[in-house]
Design a protein around this ligand. Structure first.
Ligand SMILES: C[S@@+](CC[C@H](N)C(=O)[O-])C[C@H]1O[C@@H](n2cnc3c(N)ncnc32)[C@H](O)[C@@H]1O
Length: 307
């Protein structure tokens, strides 16, 4: 049976995959030729988000759910380069992923591996609490995994329950493939894999961040998120293979949100502390957009009340 972690390893040019994985991945690539570019963009997004969190948001605890097979620039490597004391809990429901991760990470005392399923968030939180202090901010990473959770499995409730468990000032990182005709076709190759694809629209992906303050430009196409960040991981290899068109339409979105300390998005400490100028500018845009959305909502609800 094709394995989603090993198919992803194949897109990334890894060697931890078998014939069944490669055949299914080839069907994906036939329908969506830029699938390997998207996988690499996803790793770049992950690296940028972790860099932002460790360097600018003061985060030293990471809960990476649906962690995948170890590869280059794993979360603990990026985070601990910036904050050597960072604790990372990797969670996956695939025993193969866990075996690889344990072999690679055995000597890292601040990296922990947990066998749990995202669809049972209470169990994930219980297991993670053995290693992380939930009274201090935690970054929850759901990177390229929610699109394996079907609607009937209640993905929004899962995310809410994870964010309820962490304290204000904690962060949520999500990347998610978008529902386009091309990806729906490609997604069929996952029908007989270890997890089926559950693609969502841009609006549905943004909804995962309801109630959180979005960082920077909000939910964007992956290559756009914090592009131009100077102190991120080495992205030269990834960037060189993007052509402009693939960047512009890439049907893969990502964002970072912060559980607010109070009602206002201005509470975001990362911006109050020492805002990099580029982020301050985009934060101002975000704030304006936030106000505009509230005005629209108010306007619509008044109109509805009248009619
Ligand atoms: C495409 S890989 C993403 C790996 C990594 N997060 C990244 O973005 O580079 C998806 C991973 O999610 C895992 N996964 C899928 N469904 C899961 C679930 N319900 N609970 C935990 N892990 C899951 C798979 O085993 C796989 O390792």
């Amino acid at each position: 049976m094709p394995n989603v972690a090993r198919m992803y390893d194949f897109y990334l040019g890894g060697k931890d995959n078998f014939a069944a994985d490669r055949e299914a991945a080839a069907r994906v690539i036939e329908a969506a030729p830029t699938a390997p570019v998207m996988a690499k963009a996803n790793r770049t997004f992950l690296g940028r988000a972790v860099t932002f969190l460790a360097r600018h948001a003061g985060i030293s605890q990471f809960l990476d759910i649906g962690a995948g097979l170890p590869t280059r620039d794993n979360v603990h490597e990026v985070a601990q380069r910036i904050r050597p004391s960072a604790e990372v809990v990797y969670v996956d429901n695939d025993p193969i992923v866990l075996a690889h991760a344990r072999a690679l990470l055995a000597s890292n005392r601040r990296t922990h591996i947990v066998h749990e399923d995202l669809r049972e968030p209470e169990k994930v939180v219980n297991a993670a609490q053995a290693f992380l202090d939930f009274d201090r901010p935690v970054a929850i990473l759901l990177v390229a995994v929610l699109h394996f959770v079907q609607d009937r499995e209640k993905p929004y409730e899962i995310v809410d329950s994870l964010m309820d468990a962490v304290c204000p000032g904690s962060y949520l990182v999500i990347s998610h493939a978008e529902r386009t005709p091309q990806l729906v076709e490609a997604g069929r190759a996952y029908d007989k894999a270890t997890a089926r694809a559950a693609l969502r629209s841009a609006a549905e992906i943004s909804e995962f961040f309801d109630g959180l303050d979005l960082v920077g430009r909000g939910v964007t196409r992956l290559p756009e998120w914090a592009s131009g960040q100077e102190d991120g991981p080495d992205t030269s290899e990834t960037v060189s293979i993007y052509d402009e068109a693939a960047m512009r339409w890439m049907p893969f979105l990502g964002g970072v949100g912060r559980k607010p300390l109070c009602d206002s998005p201005l509470s975001s400490e990362a911006f109050v502390q020492k805002p990099p100028l580029s982020e301050l500018a985009s934060f101002a845009t975000q704030l304006a957009r936030h106000r505009e959305q509230r005005m629209h909502a108010l306007f619509n609800s008044r109109n509805e009340a009248r009619s």
